[in-house]
Ligand binder design. Sequence first.
Ligand code: KG4
Ligand code: ZN
Length: 336
Amino acid sequence: MKILGIESSCDETAASVVVDGKKILSNVVATQIPFHTKYQGVVPELASRKHIEWIQPVVHEALEEASLSINDIDAVVATNRPGLMGSLLVGLTFGKTLAWSLGKPFLAVNHMLAHLYAAHLLEDVSYPYLGLLVSGGHTIICKVNNFDDIEILGTTIDDAAGEAFDKIAKYYDFGYPGGAIIDKLAQKGNRLAAKFPVPIFHDPKHRYDVSYSGLKTAVINQIDQFWNKDFEKTPENIAASFQEAAVKTLVSRLFLAIEDTGLKTIVAGGGVAANSRLRELLAERDDLHCIFPPLKLCGDNGAMIAGIAYKFFQRGETSDWNVGCSSRIEGFRHPR
Ligand code: KG4
Ligand code: ZN
C-alpha cells in the first residue's frame, strides 16, 4: 500500500511516500527556519502562510522523488494534532481534498504517535517497550503496549524539553532553533563548568514527570550560584552544562520507569531525540536496547506520518471527511 503522508503541524512543510509502513520512497522536508529566525521562534501566522505556499510543490516533489504519479497513491494521510491550528489546517485540508478528489481513503494522524513510529520505519520493534517522546512542544515518557495503545507515565509539568533548549538559546543569543545549536556548542564545551540542578519530585504521582522551569531560572538568573569558578563563562561551557542537566532530567525519569516496569527496550522520537548527549547517556547502559531514529527522521517529516497510518489502514480504520484538527494531543486512538 503506497501512502502519501503530509506533515504541517509546525514549521516544516513535509510530504513522503511510504510503502506498507516500511519502505520510504521519498521524504521531502521544506523547513521554514530562515523565515522565523529573526523572531527567534515560530510565528504561527507566518508558518501557516508558508505552508499554503509550499504544500503543493512539496507534495509534487515527494511524488516525483518516488517516481510515482498521483494516481499510483493508495491513500492520503495528514497530521491533525497536536500543533499550531493554522498550520495543521493547511495540511489536513490539502490531504483531505486530495484524497476525496482521487476517491482514495484518508486518515488523520497524531503527530506524537508518528514520532514514536519513526524508529519502526527502519527496525521491527516488539511491544511492549518504553517510549521517550521529546519534541519542541511535548515531553512524554510512556509504556507502549501497541502502536496506538500508549500509557503515559510521565510528562512535563511546565516546558517541553525542546522548548527549554530553545529558550536558553534565545536568552543567550546562540541562534534558532536552539536544540541543534546547543548540542553543537556543547561538543566544544565542558559539562562540568556548572552544576545545574536536576529536579526530583517526591510526590509519587509525579514519579516520572519532568520540569524545566527551575533549570531555566538557574541558567538564566542564577548562573553564578551554580558556576564552577575554574571555568570561563563561554557559550560552549554554558551550552554543555545546561545540556547535561536538561538531558539528565529526562534520563533520570526514564531510568526510574525502566526499574519499575522491567522493560529494557526504549524507543525515542521527536526533535530532541537527535541530541548527541542523550544518545550517549543511554548508550552507556549496555543492559538496554535503545532505538533512536536516524537524524532525518527525528525532526518533523512526512515519512513517520505515512508509516504509522499504514498500521491503522491494516485494521480497516479511516477518518471521516469532517475530521478536524486540534492543538492538543487529544488521544492516541483512532478514529476520533
Ligand atoms: O519534533 P520536532 O522537530 O518538532 C516538534 O514537534 O516540536 O522538535 C523540535 C525541537 C526543537 O525544540 C529543537 O530545538 C529540538 O527539537 N532539537 C534538539 C536537537 N535538534 C532539535 N534538541 C536538543 N538537541 C538536538 N540535537
Ligand atoms: Zn514533531
